[in-house]
Design a protein around this ligand. Structure first.
Ligand code: GDP
Ligand code: MG
Length: 438
């Protein structure tokens, strides 16, 4: 992943307090590659790298972060900003039914997304949507909308293969008369943008004055999706984009390029064929995806949020007095567990103890053993591990269904941790909890 690459890049500058232009330039080479691999357009990458470089050069490396994390933090923030920052909503009509026109190329996912989105609006906002079959050129398209509508128990308005503009108008009238407060118009697509399609969509737009024109694009098509977005926006004007098929292996760079080249927000993403697989678009998650880091950034934040400052202070106090007990160790492990995926989180914890724990508790199973052993000890034993003689160890092992060697392994780990923590008690631990990402 990008973090590893950047870590390698930064190996030589550990301990530096401030990022120089050269450091950043080297890091940006990796970031550039990651973006291009994610299918972000060349021009967008170039502008982006310039922005980040300007911000990163001369910035102080936070004590709680490595230089690599610092750069990733800036890159992530700027990517998120570029994609709109927060989650965009659909604009709703003040009176009468809200009209949402779904447009896009053939196969992008319009019909599926029409049903998904209507279902989401009903689920989340209690709306009563109507679906309208305005893709009249293939009888199969009408049938498909009826099928997906039926699966979600949503009403579908259709008038066979008539004039799509008239059907759209009739659907809105029908919605008004039957208490539907949203109308989703499933329109026709073509393999390529062409004039007759755009003419039809423009006529429809002029006739029904939609509250939203949503362009549906297939994330897997990368630059083609970007071109489609530009073409539809220029010819028709769009209000937002739905990016489908994100469950595929597309890195999602299209999201960034679409936003950068049209200025229009991605509003929703499709994440699977099933009809509930649609979500509001989260720029921060997409940023992580583009950088190829999974949810690592949320792990960094989570680790810092979950870690309780008071407990950090108490722990620090104990460490100063060199009185770290197995009970403390147990509580630390519990906190790590509360955060979710342990090995990832522990290694991301911006503190030396986190990194040590990552080494000591590589997986959940090892952690479960460690916990079971500590729980089998008496409070006195937890506070004073030195009293653990052979017979006590045997009793503990039997109590948790493990072997004496397991108990010994834990004690050795704990001992190692104590040795290491002794070396870092001079003020460093306080950064673990209170540091924050800045
Ligand atoms: P339209 O031609 O634009 O109306 O596209 P359709 O709605 O017919 O979708 C084309 C194909 O893409 C269908 O097989 C859908 O099941 C599939 N599809 C749509 N959205 C998604 C998605 O988010 N994930 C996956 N895996 N498939 C999708
Ligand atoms: Mg369709």
């Amino acid at each position: 992943g990008l973090t590893e690459k950047l870590n390698a890049t930064f190996k030589k500058l550990r301990g530096k307090g401030r990022l120089t232009e050269n450091d950043v330039r080297e890091a940006m080479r990796e970031v550039r590659l990651a973006l291009l691999e994610a299918d972000v357009g060349y021009k967008v990458v170039k502008d982006f790298v310039a922005t980040v470089t300007e911000r990163a050069v001369g910035s102080d490396v936070l004590d709680s972060l490595t230089p690599a994390q610092q750069v990733i933090k800036i890159v992530n923030e700027e990517l998120t900003k570029l994609m709109g920052g927060g989650t965009a909503r659909l604009s709703m009509a003040n009176s009468g039914p809200t009209v949402v026109m779904m447009v896009g190329l053939q196969g992008a996912g319009k019909t599926t997304t029409t049903a998904k989105l209507a279902g989401l609006m009903r689920r989340q906002l209690g709306k009563r949507p109507l679906l309208a079959a305005c893709d009249v050129y293939r009888p199969a398209a009408i049938e498909q909308l009826k099928v997906v509508g039926g699966q979600l128990d949503l009403p579908v308005f259709e008038q066979g293969q008539g004039d799509p503009v008239q059907i759209a108008e009739n659907a809105i009238r029908h919605a008004r008369d039957h208490g539907s407060d949203m109308v989703f118009l499933d329109t026709a697509g073509r393999l390529h943008v062409d004039e007759s399609l755009m003419d039809e969509l423009k006529r429809m737009k002029a006739a029904v004055h939609p509250n939203e024109i949503l362009l549906v694009v297939d994330a897997m098509t990368g630059q083609d999706a970007v071109n489609a977005a530009t073409a539809f926006d220029e010819a028709l004007g769009i209000d937002g984009v739905v990016l489908t098929k994100l469950d595929g292996d597309a890195r999602g760079g299209a999201a960034l390029s679409i936003r950068a080249s049209t200025g229009k927000p991605i509003k929703f993403v499709g994440t699977g064929e099933k009809l509930d697989m649609i979500e509001p678009f989260h720029p921060d998650r997409m940023a992580s995806r583009i950088l190829g880091m999974g949810d690592m950034l949320s792990f960094i934040e989570k680790a810092q949020q979950t870690y309780d400052e008071n407990q950090a202070a108490k722990l620090e106090e104990k460490l100063r007095k060199n009185r770290l007990t197995l009970q403390d160790y147990y509580e630390q492990l519990q906190q790590l567990r509360n955060m979710g995926d342990l090995s990832q989180i522990a290694s991301m914890m911006p503190g030396a103890l986190g990194r040590q724990m990552a080494g000591a508790t590589i997986d959940d199973k090892a952690l479960a053993h460690t916990e079971a052993i500590i729980l089998s000890m008496t409070p006195l034993e937890r506070e004073n591990p030195q009293i653990l003689n052979a017979s006590r160890k045997k009793r503990i092992a039997a109590g948790c269904g493990l072997e004496v060697v397991d108990v010994n392994r834990l004690l050795k780990q704990f001992d190692m941790m104590q040795q290491l923590t002794k070396q870092m008690t001079r003020g460093r631990l306080s950064k673990m909890g209170g540091g924050g990402l800045g």
